[in-house]
Ligand binder design. Structure first.
Ligand code: KIV
Length: 275
């Protein structure tokens, strides 16, 4: 089956079909997500929290993103791979932003990039699009702005910030992004934006009326240690299963039950004798 393209994603909105997206950060997980025919895999800079153990996404570097994007890409043949542009990779100059977006495509083998921000990022997005690199926008609770927001808070709850979110979505749509992630915005605002823009909206903590949905894979599989946001639905509870397997392994190795003969390799008796 051919890989999902930007055209497939746009067609889904036109046909009223929901779009699926999940994060992945490594080859094995990406291969499973790809086999499930999820439309898009996001190599999110959430890898900072999920994989690298940072408190937020700010320390994630371009080299981190390229490394993980390459691993994810190797596991896929169907899902479109979208790589996040990390903090400071697109804020300093437009030229640097295009070069960094290009690295995620050229070295990471992603098909598209995602970056955070609205009106203030339009010129940068247009330059990346000029380099023939498809872009996903991201507005609402943009985690790279955590210090400006003063924490991870729902965005667009008052008239002023809701208006700003609508303006941002319109500006991104007009600039030519092929999808917009709406993170942690009230459901009616997400619904309004989804109706107003021509490109698909992909919600996370944005209610049921977006054109698609994205979740952090560790959250939905129930393997996140620590805080899991309220909007997450756990489709599996793998952490206790993994803990159980780890304890069983420890017990069997310590008692000598594992490995047994069936887990070893035979040797010809002549070789053994000569030895
Ligand atoms: O980094 C990430 O995983 C994201 C999603 C939460 C949308 O940007």
């Amino acid at each position: 089956m051919a890989r999902v393209s930007t055209a497939t994603i746009k067609e889904k909105k036109q046909n009223g079909e929901k779009i699926t997206m999940l994060t992945s950060y490594d080859y094995s997980m990406a291969a499973m997500v790809d086999a499930a025919e999820i439309d898009m895999i996001l190599v999110g800079d959430s890898l900072g929290n999920v994989v690298l153990g940072y408190e937020d996404t700010l320390p994630v570097t371009m080299d981190d993103m390229v490394h993980h994007t390459r691993a994810v890409s190797r596991g896929t043949s169907y899902s479109m791979v979208v790589a996040d542009m990390p903090f400071l990779s697109y804020h300093v100059t437009i030229e640097e932003a295009v070069r960094n977006a290009g690295r995620l495509i050229q070295e990471g083998s992603a098909q598209a990039v995602k970056l955070e921000g609205g009106v203030e990022r339009v010129d940068t997005i247009k330059a990346i699009l000029d380099a023939q690199i498809p872009v996903v926008g991201h507005i609402g609770l943009t985690p790279q702005s955590v210090n400006q927001f003063g924490g991870f808070k729902v965005q667009g709850k008052d008239v002023e910030t809701a208006r700003k979110a609508i303006e941002d979505a319109r500006a991104l749509d007009e600039a030519g992004v092929f999808a917009i992630v709406l993170e942690c915005v009230p459901t009616p605002l997400a619904q309004r934006i989804t109706q107003e823009v021509s490109c698909p909206t992909i919600g996370i903590g944005a209610g049921p009326y977006c054109d698609g949905q994205v979740l952090v894979i560790n959250d939905m599989l129930g393997i996140t240690r620590g805080h899991v946001p309220k909007f997450v639905k756990k489709f599996a509870h793998l952490e206790p299963l993994i803990q159980e397997a780890l304890l069983a392994y420890k017990k069997e190795v310590e008692s000598g039950q594992f490995p047994s003969a069936e887990h070893g390799f035979k040797m010809k008796s002549e070789v053994l004798e000569e030895l």
